[in-house]
Write a protein that binds this ligand. Sequence first.
Ligand code: ACO
Length: 448
Amino acid sequence: MKTPVENAAACSRTRPPHGILRSVQSKAKLVLDGKEIDLPVTIGSEGEVGIGISKLRSQTGAITLDPSFANTGACESAITFIDGERGILRYRGYDIADLAEHASFPEVCHLLIHGRLPTRSEREDYRTRLTRHSLVHEDMKKFFEGFPPSAHPMAILSAMIASLSAYYPEQETPEEIELNIIRLLAKAKTLAAFSYKKSIGQPFIYPQNDHSYLENFMLMMFAVPSEPYTVEPVVRSALNKLLILHADHEQNCSTTTVRTVGSGGANLFASVSAGVSALWGPLHGGANQAVIEMLQRIHDDGANYGKYVDLTKSKDEGFKLMGFGHRVYKNFDPRARILKQAADEVLANLGVNDPLLEIAKRLEEVALADDYFIERKLYPNVDFYSGILYRAMGIPTNMFTVMFALGRLPGWIAHWLEQRNTPDGRISRPRQIYTGETARPWVPLDER
Ligand code: ACO
């Protein structure tokens, strides 16, 4: 069977099947204005049921209406499985807890993108390639000079990733597509670290080929030319976990963006750059920054948890407990559980006493015992504890969402490939129910 990368290379010519395990079994019946039609039902490999409505409009003239797509399956996907009710998250069948415990981030990149864990030699080869392609074209360094020091690193990352397409145009063969994927994974961390160095006025630090993926990132972020720098093993291990936990989350806002942009035929760099922008908002990846700002606010206000829990209930205030709630998880977010434990371990190991960790834990207790949160099934999500870990590692608050983006890269890439491989891969183009003015005559300027 072809790999996802080989399929992506061939797709524009042959559109081969992409090997997703599924079955079409029973039919659903829909009655509209007395007319009855059959709709096909697709069952996924974990028993998820989808009612096919692709022919609905041609058969009835009607469309489905599902703002924010909470009940819409946009695609079939073989990458990540989530059961929000049972708190299950698996990448390519592997449980997230096993991956966070045993895998390295590059291994998870390989798993998501190629569909299977690398062998020993493939792992070595992957690691070498991810290091050797870390350098960015020297001309790209000039772009950094154009940004003001106050520029948010997400703005720089998005612009820089889109700019990579100017240096590495879209390729056709599997080897060329694979090379661009490696380039993106390898260079994104360099671009992220350079954007931080730019914001604090320090010289850029170049990656070292004898360093691992994560060590190189830490080196480029925190080293200065005037003294040696070593990465604390506990920090490296926590960063590895964080990136793995963020690596994919099926059809979330940013991944859907990547697939949508990719469906128009846009290249890998352009599609992923759009994903970075989509991730930025505080309801999505920007929540990790917003959580720390909220915890700081609660801390400065005398740690009055009840006041902030009550504030969330008064809708007029527009205040939400950041890092709480999830579109899919309605029981618990398995990633948040892993990170809560990791936060305890890492802070203890580093000898960091962060009052915000205590505030986060107390706030969680108060919120989880409150009827408002119980009724709405609101639990801490992955971003509730991730910011505390990043802080302990010395990563500045405005870089938190960039860290999320680095972790999510392999997921975006895997989905871009899968979208490209879809046999009937049509451009994403939803419809709407128009609620504006009906036809009216032109009004000349003097009569308005
Ligand atoms: N604090 C207080 N109330 C909340 C919160 C929250 N964090 N989240 C949801 N609610 C309430 C809503 O106001 C709504 O109440 P209502 O029924 O009285 O109107 C109810 O819970 C259902 O919430 P929705 O907004 O419909 O849930 P949705 O699935 O659309 O949103 C989201 C999910 C965006 C994550 C939301 O919970 C939220 O804004 N959380 C805070 C931001 C955050 O942490 N984002 C990170 C998400 S994880 C990620 O992207 C990596």
